[in-house]
Design a protein around this ligand. Structure first.
Ligand code: AHM
Ligand code: MG
Length: 330
């Protein structure tokens, strides 16, 4: 905890100083955060708000998943709010193509408007993930080019989690911070100035029901973990899996651990489940800025160049030594 009260607004202003690009990034982060408060209010109404968790039509979204009513509402909220910011285009899980916003904007934002949508009706944390990218004049002709760049190109990234507390985990490229929404002050307050993910861990999160579908390195790693203190790892592991990546990530940012969504043999999961541009990239940036690691097993996530907006990627992130250990099985 930090003793002096620092609001998100004050933190961003101090970070931006007189730099016009930083001021644009700061206003974008502020807008996403305040939009998140509205989404959190809606999530908190739970079953009182009829139909939020019900499927919207029968067509899957751009990423191939069933769309929930709240997925669409969350995207609409972000779309409307970001029109007032220096954001030229929005890439979203819920829309096939880039969405044009401010024609004079110098930034592009990529979002998963509502991560963990299968948890909406279970009173479990869900969230919003974002990545902020530069947008150059040359890209005005072909805006897609702005998102087809390695994750190292991100200017800022973060996520909101709507749980017992509404939290914002943010990086502006210099460490990872945690802000908590204070309902009395109607402000996000800085709670952790420098997140440091423990390097070693005994905790992992994975959907183990897919085990028979994994490739050999993934199966070998989990087998060694399950063997516990008597096995080659010489320690007992613990398993935690929420199934909303934002919640699993926040646990890792709090006490360490690794999150895994590997590729598997099921149709449509050949490249895992998570999307590169608006899920893996921002989480990888936050993780690295907090001293952790993020890989697809073979390549550092932030070094991967996307070829499609909704491309999926196998994802392993969290405590650095364990992420490296997993990569060594590959
Ligand atoms: P979503 O963005 O459609 O909610 O999908 C992403 C979610 C992650 O939050 C979560 O970790 C994963 O999908 C769970 O997948 P599964 O249900 O296959 O275990
Ligand atoms: Mg989603």
């Amino acid at each position: 905890m930090v003793s002096e009260i620092v609001t998100l607004q004050a933190f961003l202003e101090q970070w931006a100083g007189e730099d016009p690009t930083k001021a644009e990034i700061a206003s974008t982060v502020r807008t996403i955060a305040s939009t998140g408060v509205g989404i959190a209010d809606l999530v908190a109404r739970g079953p009182l708000e009829e139909g939020l968790a019900s499927a919207r039509g029968t067509d899957p979204n751009a990423g191939g998943d069933t769309q929930k009513e709240l997925d669409v509402i969350a995207e609409e909220c972000l779309r409307a709010a970001l029109r007032e910011t220096p954001v030229a285009y929005l890439a979203s899980e819920e829309s096939e193509e880039l969405i044009a916003l401010n024609p004079r904007g110098n930034l592009v934002v990529a979002v998963d408007p509502l991560d963990g949508s299968s948890n909406i009706d279970t009173n479990v944390s869900v969230g919003t993930i974002y990545s902020i990218l530069p947008f150059s004049d040359e890209e005005r002709e072909n805006p897609n080019a702005a998102v087809m760049k390695p994750g190292t190109n991100q200017l800022a990234a973060g996520f909101l989690a709507y749980g017992p507390a509404t939290i914002l985990v943010s990086t502006l490229g210099d460490g990872t911070q945690v802000f908590v929404y204070d309902r009395d002050r109607s402000e996000f307050i800085l709670a952790r100035e420098k997140v440091e993910i423990p390097v070693e861990t005994k905790e992992y999160g994975i959907n183990q029901s897919n085990m028979r579908q994994w490739d050999a390195p993934m199966s070998a790693w989990i087998k060694d973990c399950l063997a516990g203190a008597e096995g080659p790892r010489g320690k007992n592991f613990n398993m935690r899996w929420v199934g909303s990546m934002v919640a699993d990530a926040f646990r890792i940012f709090t006490r360490g651990g690794v999150y895994l969504y590997p590729s598997d043999k099921r149709k449509g999961y050949e490249n895992g489940r998570l999307r590169l541009i608006y899920e893996a990239f921002p989480v990888a940036m936050l993780t690295e800025q907090a001293g952790g690691g993020a890989t697809d097993g073979k390549t550092r996530i932030l070094d991967i160049t996307p070829h499609h907006i909704h491309q999926r990627i196998p994802l392993v992130f969290g405590s650095k030594a364990e992420v490296e250990k997993i990569a060594s099985y590959y």
